[in-house]
Design a protein around this ligand. Structure first.
Ligand code: TMO
Length: 315
């Protein structure tokens, strides 16, 4: 059989390259619950569609998506954030069920954050120790005498309870139901200059609209999460902040390359800078576009990047 294939290839002078698309199987692209991810997922979708693949956007939460990609029920995730997803992603990669398709140029930070005017209420910020000094001033009736910390939806795993315990913080966590609820509260607090400490991340559109800072916790290291003896609390893990300059990766099901070979090349090439991610999110959250329209506009506005990303097999 091998000899026959070889004979045909030589006879017709064709390369070993298979026709694209190599498979009519649908590529299931993960859709999460924040705007930049939704736009990047659709940028990838629209480019894969252009190559000739069948694609579908499939909602999944930030943690359950990894076992699903490991099993091959979902196939592509365009934004894997180190701060919230490294552990579950690494587990699939180590087991050989997912492939790390490389990092975007954009680096990431996900942590407790406040708009700058909160420093007038609590001048010790951004040092984390100021949270305890100002606990009353940062409290609401529901949390008093503790400060209130507004976290994201529960599937964004941040280890806040562990950190609060390890650093002995006088803080109570309240979860927002969605990214829209999280930033809706920021908007109304900022309009009245009321204190607020909330979860935020970078790159994002928020920093341009509301100048602010991350709370500076003890510096993150890998051991902080695994070795209780590391850090200022000798008996507890998570006595540190989240990574600064964390990665933003793309990841796929382990069978992706074999099934959609040219698509794999395309996904490998896609590479967003921080400002490009900011812009993708702002098109939806500031300009009010739909995620599909934002992705189409993003592609239209970035012809040079898109041309660089399209692999030879797709042209
Ligand atoms: C995963 N996120 C960017 C919302 O922190």
């Amino acid at each position: 059989m091998g000899a026959l294939v070889f004979a045909c290839a030589t006879t017709f002078g064709i390369s070993a390259q298979a026709a694209v698309p190599e498979s009519k199987e649908t590529i299931m692209i993960v859709d999460n619950n924040w705007s930049s991810q939704k736009v990047l997922a659709r940028v990838a979708q629209q480019l894969l569609d252009k190559v000739g693949y069948q694609t579908r956007i499939v909602p999944s939460d930030s943690q359950g998506q990894f076992p699903a990609m490991g099993l091959g029920d979902l196939h592509l995730q365009m934004e894997i954030w180190e701060g919230t997803m490294a552990q579950n992603f690494d587990r699939e990669v180590k087991a050989g069920r997912m492939i790390d398709v490389g990092s975007h140029v954009a680096t990431t930070r996900e942590d407790w954050w406040y708009p700058n005017y909160v420093e007038e209420i609590c001048p010790g910020l951004p040092d984390w120790r100021a949270l305890n000094d100002c606990a009353e001033k940062l409290s609401v009736a529901e949390t008093a005498p503790n400060a209130r910390y507004l976290a994201g939806p529960v599937d964004w795993i941040k280890h806040d309870p562990e950190r609060i315990e390890a650093l002995d913080l006088k803080v109570t966590v309240v979860n927002a139901g969605s990214a829209a609820a999280l930033f809706g509260e920021l908007k109304s607090a900022a309009a009245r200059k009321e204190p607020i400490i909330l979860f935020n991340w970078s790159p994002n559109w928020v920093g341009a609209a509301f100048p602010g800072k991350f709370v500076e916790f003890p510096e993150h290291t890998a051991e902080c999460a695994t070795d209780a003896s590391w850090g200022i609390n000798p008996d507890k893990t998570y006595d540190c902040g989240n990574p600064v300059g964390g990665y933003l990766k793309k990841g796929v099901w382990s069978g992706f390359e074999k099934t959609w070979t040219c698509g794999f090349e395309l996904v490998k090439n896609i590479n967003f800078t921080g400002p490009m991610v900011d812009q993708a999110a702002a098109m939806v959250d500031v300009d009010g576009m739909s995620h599909d329209a934002a992705a189409a506009a993003w592609i239209k506005n970035h012809p040079a990047e898109v041309a660089k990303w399209m692999p030879a097999c797709a042209i």
